[in-house]
Design a protein around this ligand. Structure first.
Ligand code: UN1
Length: 502
């Protein structure tokens, strides 16, 4: 182990101070590629830690909301600079913490950098509207004001990018934050908070509370003084959050599951489609909510294309993402690998065929991590569970279709609707797919993963509740509209009432 890579004792950050959990309890975080390796210990927080963090955020809100938005933007610009300067170090820490390969963890940090610079520039926009009044000598406008205290509950698969999607726009708009990162990636979260502080975020404006969803997450969602919740994770937990937050009328943004399909038509550039599906299905070990979980193939190319996918999947190198030449890292933890194993079993029981993979690898030191071989399931039919349910692992279900209409119907045959893709050289087919695929994101001739930080991100149906992250749209979530009427007529003017003198 190199210096700086030793197990470290991490803390929460509450009200401007690094502190342990009040109970003194801690939990360990381990490297999923080498599970004997402890990365650090972290506070196992509870409701009292949450109360303190929310109290600090509430108090800090009164001054932070008054800092001019361009000044808040200047701080986020420095955050982007610091992330850039520390990109390599953070990427290494992240790979060690959650397993995906360095190329991808660098990309994860870059997404944070892009989000920081976007937020910084938004500080000089944050546009409202000025609107004519129906009455003379009167001006109407609508301004954006912050919502209040924001609870951010984030997943482990993009431990830097996803927290930045939430925290940066929230701060820019003048909200204060309580951040509960996934308990599989608390070290990356601590680094993000350190950087926010170094860039000049004042005490109490950002608070970090580590711990489990059922304690820390639940306490945040129930807390009467939390105004909004932004959550990325499973549909099951998202529904629960929505129900509980509804009791106190919190604003809630949910980014939930996906069962994304790549359609390949017989006229497609097959070389390109092959590269696309390998990256979409096995990049991040399939652990993206945008991952390509289904390959919907036109029957005319099925028999030639599938063996190529299998051959290339077999060439992907599994291993520790810090090592050069490794393509695919481990699953995040034991229970996630068990879910993947279970789904492959379900697929086989339903009549699918394991064309490659379908097991944990042996030997080569891989037995010390939560690895699972890139897996291709052939002969999948749309009704099977492996064709409809999210797996969140390196498993690709291949489905044969005979037409574009059928391909789109199969793509839509799931409860989710996050990302989608079609490979075709026919412009008419591409536009039909854009119109008819029910998903928040559709890619033409590129894979289902790889959303850009300045575009709306999110999905339809059970993927979310109608909000979008990223781009300009997320600024709607983090602001309330304040409508202002300025009457400079010097007399009482009554809207909707006939003001003509009698
Ligand atoms: C996720 O998996 O939750 O579009 C987010 C992508 C990434 C973000 C994925 N930029 O694949």
């Amino acid at each position: 182990m190199t210096k700086g890579m030793m197990a470290r004792e991490y803390q929460n950050y509450i009200d401007g101070k690094w502190v342990g959990a009040r109970s003194g309890r801690t939990f360990e975080n381990r490297n999923p590629a080498r599970y004997h390796e402890v990365i650090g210990t972290f506070p196992l927080s509870g409701k009292d830690d949450v109360d303190e963090a929310v109290g600090a955020a509430r108090q800090a809100f009164e001054s932070w909301r008054l800092v001019p938005a361009p000044k808040r933007g200047d701080i986020l610009k420095r955050v982007g600079d610091l992330l850039t300067a520390r990109k390599e170090e953070i990427a290494r820490q992240m790979t060690r913490e959650m397993g995906k390969v360095l190329l991808e963890t660098r990309g994860d940090v870059q997404e944070g950098v892009d989000t920081a610079y976007y937020a910084a520039s938004e500080g000089r926009r944050l546009f409202g509207h000025t609107v004519p009044s129906e009455l003379p000598n009167k001006l109407n406008m609508a301004l954006r004001v912050p919502v209040g205290v924001a609870a951010m509950i984030t997943p482990w698969n993009f431990p830097m990018a996803i927290p930045t999607w939430k925290i940066f726009p929230a701060l820019l708009c003048g909200n204060t934050v309580v951040f509960k990162p996934a308990s599989d990636t608390p070290a990356t979260a601590a680094t993000l908070v350190e950087i926010l502080l170094e860039a000049g975020v004042p005490p109490g404006v950002v608070n970090l509370v580590n711990g489990g969803g059922s304690e820390v997450g639940a306490a945040l969602v129930e807390h009467p003084d939390v105004d909004l919740v932004s959550f990325t994770g499973s549909t099951q937990v998202g529904k629960r959050i929505s129900e509980v937050a509804g009791r106190t009328l919190k604003r809630v943004s949910l980014e939930l599951g996906g069962k994304n399909a790549q359609i390949v038509m017989e006229d497609a550039n097959l070389e390109l489609a092959l590269e696309g599906v390998l990256w979409g299905a096995f990049g991040t070990t399939g652990q993206r909510c945008t991952a390509t979980s289904r390959l919907i193939l036109h029957e005319k190319v099925y028999d030639t294309f599938v063996p190529r996918v299998v051959r290339h999947a077999e060439r992907l190198r599994l291993g520790d993402g810090l090592e050069a030449g490794v393509d695919v890292g481990p699953c995040i933890n034991e229970s996630q690998r068990r879910i993947v194993e279970e789904y492959v079993r379900i697929g086989v029981a339903e009549g699918a065929e394991v064309l490659t993979g379908g097991k944990a690898p042996e030997g080569d030191g891989l037995s010390k991590g939560w690895f699972y071989e890139p897996t291709v399931l052939g002969g999948v039919t749309p009704a099977m569970r492996v064709a409809r349910e999210e797996i969140f692992g390196p498993v690709l279900s291949v489905i044969r279709v005979t037409s574009l209409e059928e391909a789109i119907a199969v793509a839509n045959n799931t409860a989710y609707g996050l990302s989608s893709s079609i490979y075709t050289q026919d412009i008419n087919r591409a536009y039909e797919a854009i119109r008819d695929i029910r998903a928040g994101i559709t890619y033409i001739n590129s894979p289902t993963i790889g959303a850009e930080a300045h575009m709306p991100f999110g999905g339809v149906r059970e993927t979310g509740n109608g909000h979008r992250e990223g781009g300009w749209t997320v600024y709607d979530f983090y602001t309330e509209w304040k409508t202002v009427y300025v009457d400079y007529s010097g007399r009482l003017q009554r809207a909707q009432i006939d003001n003509a003198e009698k």
